[in-house]
Design a protein. Structure first.
Length: 577
């Protein structure tokens, strides 16, 4: 089966929290897979990016919530009256524009309306936190809607449980109206309505129309035209029943025009993915008292999930923690997505929008390692707001040989556009930012000193430096730096050895600048600060891969040693590095 292309970028204008223009470049999938991490605080625009991807590829933005209902998201930016627009570009060179995009911004993109892009028309592209959290709040009778998102044929309108509710409520309203009309007919002489009179089909002016009809019937039967109290009550009941029926009519007719759902495909899907979900959950969550996880779909579409123990079958939401429930529902969504992609030609692209809210660090790391293995050769996007968890996530995917990209969004405020920054994580994050943003000398030097401390701490154990222990293991920079320098001086890394000599001749090494107020720090020139910062940057780059920022390893060569990398294509940073 031909594999549809993945995404290369998404551009947006006047879309949710983005006035724009704003473009997010995504890491393309390769033989190794590609993952993009979008870092940002709450309100920085991360979910706007996810919604733009969903809207561009599938023409809709909805969120699954409890009781099987879906809430449509407002896609326009509320600070402007200009309509929203997006452009998505694919790895095969195709690009598509949806919404309102100025002609000079199309850049060859094809304008599309309505239907999803081929390859994105089966499964939702985005798995959101509320979809993970709300799964167990959806009644078993309505879970068919959740799974039907992965089974609905393209371009085919199929009823949801909400549609079924409209149909049932309208039928009940029709029956109530029929009863009200029969009660009224019993109070009016039979066969004496005017031949031209018909019971109204709309509630507007219905009361006067029914009154007139009843009075005409009474006149034709030589009865007094003054209505009795009983007749008035019956007329009011008819008007109320007609008003209720009319309020449901439009939605019910729309629902009736759609094809009824067949639960059989959901049962087939769950039969395929159920054993894998149970196996993966045991591997990640590790609960010995659970013997199996049982998935059942009955003829009505009720989807029931039970944890099988020695004694009984239990509903997961009765016994699992919040983290356990989130992990299980996330695995369900992922397996449904993977199965859909393999069976129906869905693009191997998936977006996780802040899905780890209640999962603690050790469990989160295991889930990430599982996803990196399960989504081999996929294009993955994660939105995150915690730098520490970002570093863990990036490491798990690097270990699985994914190409990685980190983007940071910083809020532009109401009516503004988020600012997009490049890779901003790891050891050199703050130092790189302070240099690129031309911060003051005090800030640059202070950040450089802090970075040097972090570098020395890492190298102290990566080089097996002999650090003398102090009371309560409290160390200052020189306690660690001097043993690290001794190890570097014994290496074949001439550039690193020269740097350690130059850096040891500056007071800057004690990290006094930026940490304490003093005349010397305030008089530091920009050139001096930048020189010191660049020395730290260059030294760190001797030990970090320039392509993926992974640490290399010490390799003994005779009585000395050098530093080698086994990632990407970077060679050992020797004298010429």
């Amino acid at each position: 089966m031909h594999t549809p292309p993945t995404l290369t970028s998404i551009s947006m204008w006047n879309f949710r929290g983005v006035v724009g223009p704003m473009t997010i470049e995504l890491e393309p999938t390769t033989s190794r897979g590609g993952v993009t991490f979008v870092l940002g605080d709450n309100g920085s625009g991360k979910s706007s990016v996810c919604d733009a991807i969903e809207f561009a590829t599938r023409s809709l933005v909805s969120r699954r919530l409890r009781d099987g209902e879906k809430h449509q998201r407002e896609i326009r930016n509320l600070s402007t009256t200009n309509p929203p627009g997006v452009i998505v570009r694919l790895a095969n060179g195709d690009s598509y524009a949806r919404g309102q995009v100025a002609a000079d911004s199309l850049d060859g993109a094809s304008i599309i309306r309505g239907n999803a892009i081929a390859g994105f028309d089966r499964a939702p592209v985005v798995i959101r936190r509320d979809a993970v959290e709300s799964f167990w709040k959806i009644p078993a009778a309505h879970r068919l809607d959740y799974f039907w998102d992965y089974l609905k044929p393209p371009t085919q309108q199929v009823r949801s449980s909400a549609d079924d509710a409209w149909v049932e409520e309208h039928r009940a309203a029709e029956h109530a109206l029929a009863r009200a009309r029969r009660s009224l007919d019993c109070l009016v002489p039979p066969h004496f309505y005017s031949r031209n009179w018909k019971f109204p089909t709309h509630s507007k002016n219905a009361s006067s129309a029914i009154n007139a009809g009843v009075k005409e019937a009474l006149r034709r039967s030589d009865k007094p035209r003054t209505l009795t109290a009983e007749q008035r009550i019956a007329i009011n009941a008819c008007v109320a029943a007609l008003t209720e029926e009319e309020s449901l009519r439009s939605n019910a007719r729309s629902a009736e025009s759609k094809k009824p759902r067949d639960p059989a495909p959901v049962g087939a899907l769950i039969d395929k993915i159920g054993p894998r979900i149970a196996y993966d959950f045991f591997g990640i969550f590790g609960q010995d008292w659970i013997q199996d996880i049982e998935f059942n779909v009955d003829h009505s579409g009720l989807v029931d999930i039970r944890l099988i123990t020695d004694d009984e079958a239990l509903a997961p939401d009765r016994v699992l923690s919040e983290a356990g429930l989130d992990v299980l529902s996330l695995l369900i969504a992922v397996e449904a997505h993977v199965e859909t992609a393999s069976s129906h030609g869905q693009s191997p692209s998936i977006v996780f929008d802040d899905v780890f809210q209640s999962v603690d660090a050790p469990l989160r790391s295991r889930v990430l390692a599982h996803l990196a293995a399960r989504l081999d050769r996929w294009q993955v996007v994660f939105t995150v707001h915690d730098r520490l968890w970002l570093e863990v996530a990036e490491q798990r995917f690097k270990e699985a040989n994914f190409a990685t990209r980190v983007l940071e969004l910083r809020s532009g405020g109401f009516g503004g556009t988020p600012k997009v920054y490049g890779p901003s994580t790891g050891l050199l994050r703050d130092l790189r930012d302070s240099i690129e943003n031309a911060a003051s000398a005090v800030v640059v030097a202070g950040v450089a000193g802090r970075t040097l401390e972090a570098l020395a701490e890492q190298l102290s154990y990566r080089l097996s430096a002999k650090v003398a222990r102090r009371e309560r293991d409290r160390y200052e920079l020189n306690d660690i730096w001097l043993p690290v320098r001794t190890e570097i001086d014994s290496s074949q890394m001439s550039v690193a050895k020269q740097l350690t000599t130059d850096m040891s001749n500056t007071q800057f090494l004690r990290n006094r600048v930026g940490a304490h107020a003093n005349d010397w720090a305030d008089g530091l020139s920009d050139a001096e600060a930048l020189d010191a910062a660049n020395q730290v940057m260059t030294l760190a780059q001797q030990f970090l891969c320039q392509s993926c920022a992974a640490w290399g390893k010490r390799k003994k060569t005779g009585s000395s040693w050098t530093w080698v990398f086994h990632c990407c294509t970077q060679s050992s940073p020797t004298a010429t590095s």
